[in-house]
Write a protein that binds this ligand. Structure first.
Ligand code: ADP
Ligand code: ZN
Ligand code: ZN
Length: 736
């Protein structure tokens, strides 16, 4: 072998391993640094890969070595530390490295385009604008809000940041610019935070202790669970820590479940930390995403606030990672590269030698277990900040109760009293649409989805039957497709139907319905939430979207219409989810000076889970649930990987899984990994495919992973793999 240079490149392709190339001709080898992009020949075309390493080793014969194109970047887009995290993630979750790396890049960069260099367009306040703000015109509240948002930022704010602060307002920006109150500018992402903006409240002792504890690890790894009831001031802890990190010249990464659902949190960060915050979430267009990403990578943005995929944002001076609502399921990607952003955040902190803070009012059983095992330090905020007390929880027995609109008499009375008192009510039903199924009263036909083992939900407003699992839609037939009978009846109820029923029951209370159907239009959610805050709506009705982080001071009654689904599910995690949901929804009640009350409707008031939760709280429940998991050796007391397969013919999926199971056995030393199945998936048919899975479970994570790497690589070579779609899910959160 000569000592010529060989480039090891990660190429986006569903293949494991990296690909070797000769360096481009006439290129300064100093430019060939890990983390730069290169166009490389691949198959019959070219692909944009990322250079991982350059050395002299290769197993390829000379004739098979092709030459890479010149580097597309003068300096690496990704630093060594970023690549290390991505490699770790690819290995841990058994996903092709080239796809993992490509997925971490903004779309245009992934395709080999040059990075954008212009800064985000934005606006700043003029002198006249300042005067107009001081003059305060109450008849133009949204104009005032825009001026207010700009006031603390002399260098201006980007359009997305303005939208984040006051909602979509393109027309208002045009009006204000027309008046000369604001002018377009290139806001600096590194603009100083507003010193006089929102004055932070002095921290109470437990909050201060939490802050001190995290700062005390210094620039070193440490994992913390900030375990604090809703309204206990966790966000204040985040903000204080972020501010301290900025003062020390470090960057901060904040991960949140779904930004669109938590505009209040976003606003607080922007108000407190000003133009230093870059947002990264799915609501941005590709250009905006890329600018935020580049600003983070260039060190201009000092705080990145983003959803799941933001965990991969390059941050050269990372000093702290915060994961808010760490228990939330949306941190786990459920398709393709199935990673957990929460778990990767912890690994990233370890690799970057910085602290990571996981916050929740309802910590996941995994995290509580990590505290018990000494891997995380628990920081506890036991009471609500300020004057608010904890809400009272109470069960309402649905058995034999005369229901009106799905509400039992005690709940109806409470709603009336609360509305009388001028306070707001929140009702929670985790089912959107009008009714979950339509049935023919003459022949019993039901609205099954032709492609899934599921019913199609009736959406009356749009006259549709709609499968929530595969998206299949058809118009609501005027008569039964089986017998032609005209008596088609909706069974059960969703939020759409409940909205109508509540309108009849409480005719004087304007209703805000918040679910995916009413918030699909851009800006719709913001308008509904504004209307709730300014008391235009008295009754709030919603799905689990309502459980997330909103702060409605005047809501003093929460009703949970139906908790029974979660009590009797085949999924062993359902109880944990239900307890988290109840506790989170309850946390929306009575957050200001007024005490809150929560009524939970159930047919099983004696159920031990509900009893523990109501009388002893979430942590008592969690302890009990962890005890059960330990006895049954379920996660977190064991580790799982799920091999899923689907095919048009049912026997193909089974056959592949049988072959996979046979291939695994010789790789498992002395029963360290249990291989369970194959069994049909809980929804055995979905979108026309038959689905089954094989579950691997081990007491030691290391034994599971020792098996996974050689096993997954041999699966692709199995004959039976050719006619199925298969995927591996490490640490699965859902069995679907
Ligand atoms: P969490 O994130 O735990 O739900 P927040 O940080 O949103 O809690 O705090 C809840 C409310 O209490 C907010 O209105 C916040 O401004 C207020 N708050 C938080 N910490 C303090 C404090 N130390 N003193 C006074 N008010 C506080
Ligand atoms: Zn019929
Ligand atoms: Zn379907």
């Amino acid at each position: 072998m000569s000592d010529r240079l060989i480039l090891h490149v990660a190429v986006p392709a569903p293949l494991f391993g990296t690909f070797d190339y000769l360096p481009p001709r006439e290129v300064d080898p100093a430019l060939l640094q890990p983390g730069v992009r290169l166009l490389v020949p691949f198959g019959r075309g070219k692909r944009c890969g990322v250079l991982l390493q350059a050395d002299t080793r290769t197993e390829l014969a000379d004739a098979r070595l092709k030459r890479a194109g010149p580097p597309l970047d003068d300096a690496p887009l990704l630093q060594t530390g970023d690549l290390e995290l991505l490699r770790w993630a690819a290995r841990y979750y058994q996903h092709p490295l080239g796809e993992v790396i490509a997925g971490a890049l903004p779309v245009r960069l992934r395709k080999g385009k040059p990075p954008v260099h212009d800064r985000p367009e934005g606006y700043r306040l003029t002198e006249e604008g300042r005067n107009a703000l001081a003059a305060a015109n109450p008849r133009a509240p949204r104009q005032q809000a825009v001026l207010q948002a700009l006031a603390p930022c002399p260098d201006g704010l980007g359009r997305t940041q303005i939208y984040a602060a006051v909602g979509e307002c393109a027309a208002i920006l045009r009006t204000l610019a027309g008046k000369g109150w604001i002018v377009p500018c290139h806001p600096s992402p590194a603009a100083p935070a507003d010193p006089g903006g929102d004055a932070p409240p002095p921290l109470y002792p437990e909050q201060q202790a939490a802050v001190d504890r995290v700062l005390a690890v210094g620039p070193a790894y440490g994992a913390f669970l900030l375990d604090g009831v809703t309204g206990s001031g966790k966000t204040e802890v985040y903000l204080t820590l972020a501010r301290r990190m900025l003062e020390q010249g470090r960057q901060v990464l904040v991960l949140v479940p779904e930004i669109g659902l938590t505009p209040q949190l976003m606003r607080r960060f922007l108000r407190r930390l000003g133009g230093q915050v870059a947002l990264l979430h799915s609501g941005l267009n590709e250009g905006q995403r890329e600018r935020a990403w580049m600003a983070a990578r260039n060190g201009e943005a000092r705080v990145v606030l983003g959803t799941r995929s933001a965990v991969f944002t390059p941050l050269p001076e990372l000093g702290l990672i915060i994961v808010d609502e760490e228990h939330d399921l949306s941190f786990k990607q459920q398709e393709g590269f199935r990673y957990s952003a929460r778990d990767l955040a912890v690994m990233r902190a370890r690799l970057s030698e910085c602290p990571v803070l996981l916050g929740s009012a309802t910590p996941s059983l995994e995290s509580l277990h990590n505290v018990d095992a000494g891997r995380y330090h628990r920081l506890h905020l036991a009471r609500r900040a300020g004057a608010a007390g904890m809400p009272r929880l109470q069960l309402v027995d649905l058995r034999a109760a005369p229901l009106r609109g799905g509400l039992a008499p005690p709940l109806i009375r409470k709603v009336e009293e609360t509305l009388e008192a001028g306070e707001q009510v929140m009702l929670f039903l985790n089912r959107r649409g009008y009714a979950p199924v339509v049935i023919c009263h003459a022949c019993g036909w039901t609205s099954r989805c032709p492609r899934c083992d599921a019913n199609m939900t009736l959406h009356l407003g749009s006259q549709l039957l709609w499968c929530h699992h595969c998206g299949h839609q058809r118009r609501l037939p005027p008569a039964c497709p089986e017998c032609g009978g005209a008596d088609l009846r909706p069974l059960g109820q969703g939020t759409e139907r409940l909205e109508g029923l509540l309108g009849d029951l409480f005719p004087r209370a304007p209703i805000a319905r918040i679910d995916r159907d009413t918030t699909r239009r851009k800006g719709a959610l913001g308008q509904l939430l504004d209307g709730v805050r300014n008391q235009r709506y008295r009754l709030l009705l919603g799905t689990q979207m309502l459980a997330k982080g909103h702060h409605f001071p005047n809501v003093t009654l929460v009703g949970i219409l139906d908790v029974d689904q979660g009590l009797f599910s085949a999924d062993y995690r359902a109880a944990e989810r239900m307890a988290q949901l109840i506790t989170q929804v309850a946390g929306r009640a009575g957050r200001a000076q007024k005490a809150g009350q929560v009524l939970i409707q159930t047919h099983h008031p004696e159920h031990p889970l509900l009893q523990t939760l109501i009388h002893e709280g979430y942590h008592a429940f969690a302890e009990q649930a962890l005890g059960e998991r330990r006895e049954t050796r379920l996660p977190p007391y064991s580790h799982q990987a799920l091999l899923r397969a689907e095919a048009v013919q049912p026997e193909l999926a089974e056959r592949f899984l049988e072959a996979a199971s046979a291939a695994a056995r010789p790789l498992v030393p002395a029963q360290t990994v249990e291989i369970l199945g194959p069994v049909p998936a809980p929804m055995a048919r979905r979108a026309g495919h038959h689905r089954a899975h094989l579950l691997l479970q081990a007491t030691e994570r290391a034994s599971l992973h020792a098996l996974l790497t050689p096993w997954i690589q041999c699966l692709a070579g199995l004959d039976a793999a050719r006619r199925v779609r298969w995927s591996i899910d490490v640490d699965p959160q859902e069995m679907y």
